[in-house]
Design a protein around this ligand. Structure first.
Ligand SMILES: Nc1ncnc2c1ncn2[C@@H]1O[C@H](COP(=O)(O)OP(=O)(O)OP(=O)(O)O)[C@@H](O)[C@H]1O
Ligand SMILES: [Mg+2]
Length: 500
């Protein structure tokens, strides 16, 4: 029935979301949300972590069912309650933040699977269609490569290619640009823009504002599951209420970097890497890197995707072996020390991609972070950590992997803190966080450093880490190409490193 409804402009909408509601026990993830998407429109959905954005996309794509309300697609009628397969065939596809291709299949086989799933048969036509899609997503030269061997940018392209395989009328994009460095980000923006120009409607969920600004014609803001505001990218960014709940009230000009002395390494304290080489297969992921994290300091390591930041963090925490060079913590040679003993020595590592324990609750995840400590100590630590993360306190009994992307990120950080570390290594800590939540995490970090913990921040984005850091390193192709005070880091140094 909603199919026959006309929108205000008299044009029949492509998608109509009516009173959509999803409850999980006492949590109202989506609360009576209604909106339309016009044929070929590019709509962005923004809002704080846990506001209901991913839930909304899952309900539209049929991966979850509403508690109340409906979704209808022009020509197909009501689709909510149908299977994901049926919804794909009516012309809606979903691209996710973390691409999960079939890793042992080639790039073109992955697209073929997508085409088959959409019910388009006939080999000859499919082959032609695959080539077309690979061409338009910039993957033509990599058709025969195993998907599992692709770098991040190509994985994102493949995720978009898979979404295109069903020849959709509407693509839902859930934080597709998360984790990309700036130059890769612009490639993905251009790719998505191209798809939009072909007339495919887009619903874009993003925390990366550049994507919203460049691609969206209209923005809706969700907050606590409710439709909170609506407008153009500009009007929404200027809306005081939206700034308060989402962007954060901070005024970029008001931020000062406090000039600080660059900390000096005291003998027998802190972390030292000298000419460290780490291999991943045949590839030298770290190729003679030297750096120091003096006790009590905040050190930022910046660099684009693939520069070696994750490798660096993993060799510090003991997940990857050091092939050559020296690694010391508090005066002790760490090269042969296993990961669990490094944790006991005070090194905590919060990994990119969260790595939470599936099936366990928030509280259980936290307690495992304090593994080996006495009960009373664990409880004291939990008290301290939960005071900094009220949302985790509220959700103590929720299964960790059902939390929103940003909530999971906060849990990963909180769990790392539960070991009471003297050095906390944080890999891409703001990934998936709303602008306001990212600022709040940085405030938490400031408090943590005041308690004497050293921080090593590995980030692509320079802005927030350079505000907090005492010293900065820039990594490029496994080597340190800059080291100094944040104030000495010029835009040129960064650009040079990021463009290789
Ligand atoms: N299976 C579930 N059980 C309990 N609560 C859930 C479940 N799935 C989602 N939620 C809750 O619903 C709310 C909305 O989550 P959703 O993933 O839609 O947020 P989001 O807007 O995508 O956030 P983010 O920006 O952090 O990705 C969150 O509070 C989340 O914890
Ligand atoms: Mg989400």
């Amino acid at each position: 029935m909603p199919d026959t409804n006309q929108s205000a402009s008299g044009v029949r909408p492509l998608l109509r979301v009516s009173n959509l509601t999803r409850r999980f026990g006492g949590v109202v993830a989506l609360d009576d949300v209604s909106f339309d998407v016009a044929e070929g429109e590019r709509l962005a959905v923004i809002g704080p972590n846990g506001a209901g954005k991913s839930t909304l996309l899952k309900l539209i794509a049929g991966q979850d069912r509403p508690t109340f309300g409906t979704v209808s697609l022009e020509g197909a009628g009501q689709i909510s309650g149908s299977s994901p397969r049926h919804i794909t065939r009516t012309g809606i596809s979903l691209a996710r933040q973390v691409p999960r291709p079939l890793r042992s299949l080639t790039v073109s086989e992955n697209v073929a699977v997508g085409i088959a799933a959409a019910g388009h048969r006939g080999h000859g036509r499919a082959q032609h269609r695959i080539e077309e899609i690979l061409e338009s997503t910039g993957l033509a030269g990599k058709a025969g490569r195993a998907a599992g061997t692709l770098p991040l940018l190509d994985l994102k392209r493949l995720e978009v290619a898979r979404a295109l395989a069903s020849a959709p009328r509407l693509i839902l994009l859930d934080e597709v640009s998360a984790g990309l460095s700036e130059s890769d980000l612009f490639e993905v923006i251009e790719l998505i823009r191209g798809i939009g120009e072909q007339g495919t409607a887009l619903v874009i969920v993003e925390h990366v504002q550049e994507v919203v600004k460049q691609l969206a014609q209209r923005v809706i803001v969700l907050n606590w599951g409710r439709l909170f505001a609506e407008g153009t990218p500009e009007s929404v960014a200027d809306d005081e209420r939206v700034r308060e709940v989402y962007f954060g009230a901070r005024d970029a000009d008001a931020i000062e970097t406090v000039p600080r002395e660059r900390p000096v390494l005291q003998p027998g304290q802190g972390l030292v890497l000298r000419d460290v080489v780490v291999k991943r297969g045949q590839h030298l992921a770290l190729n003679g890197a030297s750096l120091e994290v003096p006790a009590g300091s905040v050190t930022a390591v910046l660099g684009p995707n693939g520069a070696g930041k994750t490798t660096l963090s993993q060799c510090i925490s003991g997940l990857l072996p050091v092939a050559a060079g020296e690694l010391e913590y508090d005066g002790r040679d760490m090269r042969k020390v296993p990961a669990h003993a490094r944790a006991a020595a005070g090194i905590a590592h919060c990994q990119e991609g969260r790595k939470l324990f599936a099936g366990l609750t928030v509280e259980e995840n936290l307690m495992l972070g304090a593994f080996g400590k006495r009960r009373t100590e664990r409880q004291d630590l939990a008290e301290l950590v939960l005071a900094d993360f009220p949302v985790l306190h509220e959700r103590r009994t929720q299964v960790a992997t059902t939390m929103s992307g940003g909530q999971q990120q906060m849990l990963a950080i909180a769990r790392a803190l539960m070991s009471g570390p003297t050095l906390l290594v944080l890999d891409e800590l703001t990934l998936g966080l709303s602008p306001k939540a990212a600022d709040e995490i940085y405030e938490v970090l400031e408090r943590i450093t005041e308690r004497g913990t050293s921080l090593l921040l590995l980030e692509q984005n320079a802005e927030r880490p350079t505000r907090l850091a005492d010293q900065v390193y820039v990594l490029s192709h496994g080597k340190v190409v800059f080291s100094g005070a944040p104030g000495d880091l010029s835009q040129e140094d960064l650009v040079a490193a990021y463009l290789g």
